[in-house]
Ligand binder design. Structure first.
Ligand code: N01
Length: 560
């Protein structure tokens, strides 16, 4: 007996990707859509990452949806780089403005997703014990949404509070209906560190943001650093009203420029090469971009620092020099200066007073590379040689990035093949959005797409537009199944790996390479070829009748 599906499309998640997907599918395409969201409210990343200092590092005028001119005109960002509460306010506003909540089931986690061959639809199991079916699934489960499991022996013995930056606080407050679109009315009591002894493990982007803020409150803060990061000023501040008015008047043009930039932001173009200019000119360029802040230090200085080690060394030396200038104790400055990877081979981190925090009497830096953490104890932690005591432990230890959220959903494709098995040696996708053997499943900003190398809201819009256009195409042609060809997938994986090999990313151990999780295959998880090039490839694929995909009608095996 064959069954009809419950919905046309199931969307997973209610962050930037899920919200736009629901709007587009329901309001622009007239489809029957339901979304499952594990949290009690919308926001995705911005729901879970409420740690002190959490903030975007692409200017908010660009780090926002472009799909609605009215939305982008009516919303006003208070700072150049909005903090987490304001971004969550924005996403709540979007959910209300487009009346999206009625199609989202909150507090519901997807636990299984099985392709039903007989009926050509997905059976999606959720933790409320129900199964829902849909012809298509769009996963907006996020790239950095599964925090790394704490791998320290004894972490459960710790008697004080433990917080994880990517899941903060552990018991999130239910905001539903309480704080919709109200800027500045933040009902959640922030964690109060006043006078407390705090230990923070991890000095990636999250740790750098959190440490800067916690240092302002804590009685004593011990930072456990394994690897220092290249962090440069973010350059935040209030938005200049005149500039903002001008930007809003030219928003469409700005978005076009943003989409044609590798970072999805209309940044000033770099000079060609760091090593072909004089030392004076190089310093002048670095001084200017360092002071302006954000990704300009990386992308508006010299074009070859991402590919040429010699050029990269000049940027790395400059940043190390700044750390020495800003940190009073030369030994601490030395410890905070990265030397084991090229600049931007890990995702650059941005800061606002991070290095000065280490000049405070209440802040101590512990090098846990030379003196590794052995175990967490009831009152603190032990390294191989020393014991540290604190009241609160903050784990800023990162995420099982890109593949982690997908692997956690129990996805089973054709012939009972589990995604975990297919990806045992690393992810294999076609265009970073589809997988052979897993028809009608779209991975928004999936592995081997530009994703986190680009401006996420725009990367998400591009992928949702691709997925929804494919669904519309199938509907118009009385087709019901889209699946990546095995050969097209292999060619894309090879191409993505070649592009990664041309960059400096493989020279660092980072979540970009999967190497932050013990046992995870070392594979570049992002497409380094650039978002504009990537978009042109996707456009060609569509123009050539979905080159590399097999499109077919629904199989009603039970009726054969
Ligand atoms: O995670 P990370 P994150 N013992 O993996 C350390 C985005 N983001 O959450 O480098 C000791 O970068 C680890 O040390 P090491 C952004 O894309 C954006 O900070 O492995 N230390 C490292 O220092 C970012 O890249 C914003 O030696 C251990 C840290 O924990 C991504 O999220 C803000 C350890 C993890 O750093 C992830 O950043 C925040 C151990 N056993 C995040 N295990 C914006 O501003 C891990 N570490 C937009």
């Amino acid at each position: 007996m064959s069954h009809s599906q419950t919905h046309d499309v199931i969307v997973i998640g209610a962050g930037f990707a899920g919200l736009y997907s629901v709007h587009k599918l329901r309001d622009q395409m007239g489809l029957d859509v339901t979304a499952f969201e594990a949290a009690s409210g919308v926001g995705g990343t911005w729901f879970w990452n409420r740690y002190p200092g959490a903030r975007c590092d692409i200017e908010s005028i660009h780090y926002s949806y472009s799909f609605s001119e009215e939305l982008q005109q009516e919303w006003n960002w208070p700072e150049r780089y909005a903090g987490q509460p304001e971004i969550l306010d924005y996403l709540n506003h979007v959910a209300d403005r487009f009346d999206l909540r009625r199609n989202i089931q909150f507090n519901t986690r997807v636990t299984s997703m099985v392709w039903d061959e007989e009926n050509s639809f997905w059976r999606v199991g959720t933790d409320d014990g129900k199964t829902t079916t849909a012809r298509y699934v769009i996963s907006g489960a996020g790239n950095l949404s599964v925090p790394k499991e704490p791998d320290f022996p004894g972490v459960k013995d710790f008697q004080g509070d433990v917080y994880v930056t990517g899941n903060w606080p552990q018991e999130p407050v239910d905001f539903t209906g309480k704080r919709v679109g109200v800027i500045g009315n933040w009902p959640q009591e922030p964690v109060d560190f006043t006078g407390k002894r705090v230990g923070v493990i991890g000095t990636g982007s999250s740790g750098i943001q959190a440490i800067t803020e916690i240092a302002k409150q804590a009685g004593h803060l011990t930072v456990f650093q394994r690897t220092p990061n290249f962090a440069t000023p973010i350059g935040n501040g209030p938005i200049d009203p005149e500039l903002y008015a001008d930007q809003k008047a030219r928003y469409a043009e700005l978005r076009k420029e943003a989409r044609n930039h590798v970072q999805g932001v209309p940044l000033e173009a770099p000079l060609p090469s760091a090593i072909e200019v004089s030392a004076e000119k190089r310093k002048e360029v670095y001084d200017k971009r360092y002071a302006q802040g954000g990704f300009r230090m990386f992308l508006s200085t010299f074009a070859d620092i991402y590919h040429s080690k010699a050029s990269n060394d000049t940027a790395a030396d400059y940043i190390r020099g700044k750390i020495q200038e800003r940190v009073v104790d030369p030994a601490v400055a030395e410890l905070l200066s990265p030397t084991d990877h090229p600049y931007a081979a890990k995702r650059p981190a941005f800061e606002n007073g991070y290095f000065e925090a280490f000049n405070q009497d209440n802040v101590e830096l512990v090098d846990v590379k030379s003196n590794p953490i052995e175990r967490v104890t009831a009152t603190g932690l032990n390294t191989t040689t020393d014991e540290y005591e604190f009241d609160v432990l903050v784990l800023a230890t990162g995420f099982d990035a890109m593949t982690g959220p997908l692997m956690a959903m129990g996805i089973v494709g054709r012939n009972g093949e589990r995604l975990q098995d297919k990806w045992a040696d690393g992810p294999e996708t076609y265009l970073g959005i589809t997988v052979n053997g897993f028809p009608n499943l779209f991975l928004i900003t999936g592995p081997q797409s530009p994703s986190v190398l680009y401006n996420m809201p725009l990367a998400i819009e591009d992928h949702v537009d691709f997925a929804t256009a494919a669904i519309a195409h199938l509907n118009e042609h009385d087709l019901a199944i889209i699946e990546a060809d095995a050969e097209a997938e292999k060619a894309w994986v090879d191409h993505a790996n070649e592009k990664a090999a041309e960059s400096l990313l493989p020279e660092a151990n980072s979540w970009f390479m999967g190497s932050n999780i013990p046992g995870k295959p070392r594979r570049c998880l992002v497409y380094v070829g650039g978002a504009p090039t990537y978009r042109a490839i996707c456009d060609e694929v569509v123009a050539e009748g979905y080159r590399g995909f097999e499109l077919s009608p629904a199989v009603e095996l039970a009726q054969l």
